[in-house]
Design a protein around this ligand. Structure first.
Ligand code: ZN
Length: 309
């Protein structure tokens, strides 16, 4: 599973950072890509990646500020121009109002899509589990921004243990249907009377990954809750060290506050995005350095950067 950052800037695009969007690439797991936010120009960024828009099956919106949603009408329209490829439905998750925004934009522009959009709107005060499939569960929780805003916690379900085929072969199990039965946890007896105990040949289940992707927020407890034990925590850092007061005023966080959240949550890695255009490259290394004093595994992401989870 990979995260590819499509836009890592705050508020407005700059030459090096587009506005918010990232792709959670679950191609090996379920052959799908999930987008989180879709700022203006997201479709242009996608053109620079190997992501095929048709593979985007779900879009999760954190809040309705323009720099997080203005790319939706364009992306959704272009997604239908996929040559002869099969048209697949898409589901958009987000705070109440997202449905009206999308449908109004498509309607007044006369856009007709050859696939269906499903909406899962929620009130941010009441939101909890937004999706459960056989492989993933996604939770949302209310953050502390200037308008209703959530963060998402994507939890992969534990992965089945794998069968040690080589050990089975050494134990004299003939390759064939017996392998399948043992894989399903069944103990079997071979023709020579040897008993094969399935659990001896199956590795224990591996814990699934946890990815936490937060929207814009002041430092708050919900961020910590969403990020508990996360393999990767994606957190905004609109401001730098010492700007705590102004960050609070505008509903955002500093790099230091993000690092404190990662530390409190016991996250394994912290990726900072939503970087203000006023930061120059020398400021970026300072932002990282300051945050690493609190949480060492921190990295400031760039547009198009891909991170393995
Ligand atoms: Zn915002």
């Amino acid at each position: 599973m990979y995260i590819q950052f499509l836009g890592t800037g705050a508020g407005q695009p700059s030459k090096s950072r587009n506005v918010s969007s990232l792709a959670l690439k679950l191609l090996d797991e379920i052959n799908e890509v999930w987008l989180f936010d879709c700022g203006e120009g997201t479709q242009n960024r996608i053109l620079e990646t190997s992501i095929r828009p048709r593979k985007v099956s779900k879009i999760f919106i954190t809040h309705l500020h323009g720099d997080h949603i203005f790319g939706l009408p364009g992306f959704l329209s272009s997604r239908s121009f996929q040559g002869n490829e099969e048209q697949t439905d898409i589901t958009i998750y987000g705070p109440t109002g997202i449905r009206q925004f999308v449908l109004t934009s498509l309607k007044v522009s006369g856009s007709r899509l050859p696939y269906r959009i499903h909406f899962q709107e929620f009130e941010v005060d009441q939101v909890s589990k937004v999706l459960e499939t056989d492989k993933f569960t996604v939770f949302a929780d209310k953050l502390d921004h200037t308008i209703p805003c959530v963060g998402y916690r994507v939890m992969q379900k534990d992965l089945e243990g794998t069968l040690d085929a080589e050990a089975l072969r050494r134990a004299g199990v003939p390759f064939g249907p017996l392998f399948g039965r043992i894989k399903n946890g069944e103990n079997v007896v071979l023709e020579d009377g040897t008993e094969i105990v399935a659990s001896d040949y199956i590795s224990p289940p591996r814990p699934g990954k946890i990815v936490t992707i937060l929207g814009d927020t002041r430092k708050c407890y919900a961020s910590v809750r969403l990020g508990v034990n996360a393999d990767v925590l994606v957190h905004e850092a609109t401001y730098g060290k010492g700007d705590e007061r102004i960050a609070r005023k505008h509903g955002h966080s500093t790099n230091i506050e993000a690092a404190l959240v990662a530390k409190d949550a016991g996250a394994k890695r912290l990726l900072l995005n939503h970087i203000s255009p006023r930061f120059l490259s020398k400021d970026i290394s300072q932002l990282r350095k300051d945050a690493s004093g609190i949480f060492e595994q921190v990295h400031i992401v760039k547009d198009l950067e891909e991170v393995e989870v």
